[in-house]
Design a protein around this ligand. Structure first.
Ligand SMILES: [Fe+2]
Ligand SMILES: [Fe+2]
Length: 376
């Protein structure tokens, strides 16, 4: 087990959160990105419980009952006959909006300065393919993590609920893969930062760390990212697909909050610090992931100046990155992680400029708001 107070180098592999060299270099460790199988050591015990008292945790039971009546079929509930123009489905980058980017140091030359509309159009498409590919890989991570939770969580209500989430995640992998294959044509391998995070979550022996890493951090970010994309895309199939997936994801994040709230009340300050460190690691990995270095590489652009430029922007000029944390920060607050001990996690979230979301709605009961997204 990790010692309760670790250095940044021990937590994230570097002493400076914004160390561009390490962020870029680490992608060279993604050597098996093209291999078909990636094995990760799973260090947990599978727990039987002989306490079958259903409803001992009423909120989890309610979530389980809700999940059973909210199932949908990826093959038949979505209209796959819709024709998609990949260039128009999520075209958020244009020459004009990049040049107009507030805060951009205009004295500083970037490799993209010579780009015209054609290059930005290509970049928009590649970014879209990359984003959908990372969603696909993340969904498979959720599938594996939730199967693990069925084994490792000690409560029957949570085992029941997690079993429904396994089916949800299988469906999510199915829809993202089908959309990529039939509508976009090609995909990207898993991003190294996302892969490191998923590996760490699966690898941890403590059952609550799977929840914290997956249900709170990865799925919290996914819920916000899906919402952002769902609002902006004019493409009807993608809009429909994301609405269905979001209804499921809201339940998944609620599952994490409801399960961990009870457990974290019993933990010591040292044990909570380990959770804070894990939450911070996950936040940094996810931020690094969204630097999307593989897209710059595929576009033939040097990665370093683009990553440096992005990291140097002030927080209020990175709205997309920031909105991704809009679910994570309030949920960490609700779990008591933000201010546990000496408020270490609050300071770290301030440092990576995502603290502003602490007063936003947490996802404990938010799944109720997503009910109009479920099939009728
Ligand atoms: Fe999912
Ligand atoms: Fe999920």
């Amino acid at each position: 087990m990790a010692s309760p107070v670790r250095t940044d180098t021990e937590i994230i592999g570097r002493s400076n959160v914004n160390d561009v060299d390490t962020i870029i270099e680490i992608s060279r460790t993604n050597s098996d990105a093209q291999a078909v199988i990636h094995a990760v050591q799973d260090n947990s015990d599978a727990l039987f419980t002989w306490d079958y008292a259903k409803g001992a945790r009423p909120k989890l039971e309610r979530l389980y009952e809700k999940a059973k009546t909210s199932q949908w079929n990826a093959q038949t509930d979505l209209d796959w006959s819709i024709e998609v123009d990949p260039y128009e489905a999520f075209s958020i980058f244009t020459e004009s909006n990049f040049e107009a980017e507030p805060g951009r140091d205009t004295a500083r030359r970037l490799p993209t300065d010579s780009w015209g509309e054609a290059e930005w159009r290509e970049f928009s498409l590649e970014s879209f393919k990359w984003r959908m590919s990372q969603f696909l890989h993340g969904e498979q991570g959720a599938l594996l993590c939730t199967a693990k939770i069925v084994e490792t969580v000690p409560w029957i209500d949570a085992k029941y609920y997690a079993a429904t989430q396994v089916v949800d995640e299988a469906r999510h992998v199915e829809v993202f893969d089908k959309y990529i294959n039939t509508k976009l044509g090609d995909s990207y391998p898993i991003n190294v930062h996302l892969k490191m995070l998923l590996d760490d979550i699966i690898n941890d022996s403590r059952w609550d760390m799977t929840y914290l890493g997956m249900q709170i951090m990865v799925e919290g970010l996914a819920l916000a990212a899906f919402g952002f994309m769902q609002q902006l895309t004019p493409e009807p199939l993608l809009k429909q697909l994301l609405r269905y997936v979001m209804a499921d994801e809201a339940r998944h994040v609620a599952f994490g909050v409801l399960s961990l709230q009870e457990f974290y009340c019993e933990l010591t300050a040292a044990e909570l610090r380990e959770r804070q460190e894990f939450a911070f690691e996950a936040a940094v990995r996810m931020r690094d992931r969204f630097l999307s270095q593989e897209v710059w590489e595929r576009m033939g652009v040097p990665v370093r100046p683009m990553v440096e430029n992005f990291l140097a922007l002030p927080a209020d000029q990175k709205p997309f990155q920031n909105i991704l944390f809009s679910k994570i920060v309030p949920n960490c607050k609700k779990l008591g992680l933000l201010d546990a001990g000496d408020g270490w996690l609050r300071r770290r979230f301030e440092e990576i400029q995502v603290i502003e979301f602490e007063h936003w709605a947490d996802t404990g009961e938010e799944y109720e708001n997503f009910q109009n997204f479920t099939p009728t």
